[in-house]
Design a protein around this ligand. Structure first.
Ligand SMILES: Nc1ccn([C@@H]2O[C@H](COP(=O)(O)OP(=O)(O)O)[C@@H](O)[C@H]2O)c(=O)n1
Ligand SMILES: [Ca+2]
Length: 406
């Protein structure tokens, strides 16, 4: 039933490292064109000897906002933001290695939601920027990534960085990514029962480090945090009439404002006369998730790594330290949602969407995926100083497919 992917079987084999006996440094450049921002990851790998596996030595990371999809009608300007980031790589990579350093850009949900024509125009401009650069530009160097790869590659990154993919005693961890426009859940099922109950297109097998992994993964398009705001307001996938107002009990009563997302302008506000607060708000966000997601029984008891907007909103509300991250229970999000939604005047200085966002995260975790109140979430932005992003997994795949891992 499942898609079989065999990406990693050759990535770190011990005996296929000919020639260069001395310390060997190489680089890989991966762009993450997300719905809310564009990021560059410049990875440095070192191969100390032909017998040893290449080691990830470090990462240079930079980001810009907004994302490419905000330039839907000005593709050249969009590509210009990519060029600025790529200039960093010119400084970071020694000139004699430029030609051997691949550069790739993968776009996620923001471009998935644009029309084919606008998305392709943006990607074409980016491709030109790459071709004018001194770096190695592989075939398919720019494109829109498949949602299932997004989840798998993030899972690989986290489990690689936490040491779960090498050696004995592998205790892999599941991953939760909450983007602007889509959200991903990925884990390695331990029970036969889970495999039986799961739709075939939620399962993907691949081989890596001499093991075969069959992962549960799914990307829900339209369930990212910002898309969920529009869905809660009843404005997602609507032909928005100019000046039309969308109201919600999750917003401060007196609020009236405008918001641009995916090239469209929305007007939104609070329930001037009607109800506000956690109870009515939770009912609103519940409508967005209830019955829309697959709920694997197995995850109810296990703990997950969570990043992106899970991290940001937890940090915004002091549930975790912004630098350190931390461990939370699902019910901590609910407690904080109640606190914020029932005291919106007090939280008015932060984003007016704080209540809605926390209520949505709570509903997504509990009613969407079916997590328990006590399920543990490990919130991290970096592990060993490397970003927990799908980009590292994607770079492994890239280097291996190019045979650049010596
Ligand atoms: N390297 C990264 C990339 C995204 N993010 C976060 O991911 C969220 C936005 O997701 P995104 O722009 O990638 O949206 P999608 O295209 O994934 O839906 C924001 O909270 C970003 O801060 C991050 O924390 N670190
Ligand atoms: Ca993302």
């Amino acid at each position: 039933h499942s898609n079989r992917v065999m990406w990693f079987q050759d990535f770190f084999p011990p005996n296929m490292c000919p020639i260069n006996a001395k310390a060997n440094t190489f680089y890989g450049i991966m762009f993450d064109a997300g719905s809310t921002g564009t990021r560059i990851h410049i990875y440095t790998f070192v191969q100390k000897s032909p017998e040893n596996l290449p080691e990830l030595e470090g990462e240079i990371f930079e980001s810009v906002k907004p994302g490419l999809s905000a330039y839907a009608d000005q593709p050249e300007k969009g590509a210009e933001t990519v060029k600025k980031l790529l200039d960093m790589a010119i400084d970071a990579v020694p000139p004699h290695l430029w030609k051997k350093t691949p550069v790739v850009l993968k776009a996620t949900a923001g471009l998935r939601l644009l029309s084919e024509e606008k998305a392709q125009a943006l990607l074409l401009e980016v491709k030109e920027v790459f071709e004018e650069s001194p770096f190695l530009v592989p075939e398919d160097s720019v494109g829109i990534m498949d949602g299932s790869h997004e989840g798998i590659l993030a899972w690989i990154t986290v489990n690689f960085l936490t040491g779960q993919l090498s050696g004995q005693n592998q205790q892999t961890v599941g991953t939760l990514d909450l983007g602007g426009a889509s959200t991903q859940i990925t884990f390695l099922p331990r029970f036969e029962e889970t495999l039986k109950e799961t739709p075939g297109d939620f399962l993907t097998s691949f081989e890596m480090f001499n093991s075969t992994y069959k992962l549960y993964t799914h990307s829900y398009l339209g369930f990212g945090l910002k898309a969920a705001r529009l869905a809660t307001l009843g404005a997602l996938n609507m032909e928005v009439v100019d000046g039309q107002m969308f109201r919600s009990s999750c917003l401060p009563k007196q609020l009236e404002a405008e918001w641009h997302f995916g090239g469209v302008k929305y007007r939104y506000g609070g329930n001037k006369e009607g109800e506000t607060g956690f109870k009515p708000c939770y009912l609103e966000v519940l409508k967005v998730v209830k019955g829309k997601l697959h709920q694997p029984d197995e995850i109810r008891g296990s703990s997950f790594y969570a990043f992106s907007y899970y991290y940001d909103r937890a940090a915004d509300t002091n549930l975790i330290d912004y630098e350190q991250g931390g461990v939370l229970e699902v019910r901590d999000f609910e407690r904080k949602a109640k606190e914020v939604c029932d005291n919106m005047e007090r939280y008015n200085s932060a984003s007016p969407f704080l209540c809605m966002d926390l209520a949505y995260i709570t509903a997504l975790l509990k009613e969407g995926f079916g997590f328990r109140d006590h399920t543990l979430l490990q919130l991290t932005k970096k592990v060993n100083n490397i970003e927990t992003s799908w980009t590292l997994g994607a770079t492994f795949h890239l280097l291996q497919s190019l045979g650049l891992t010596y």
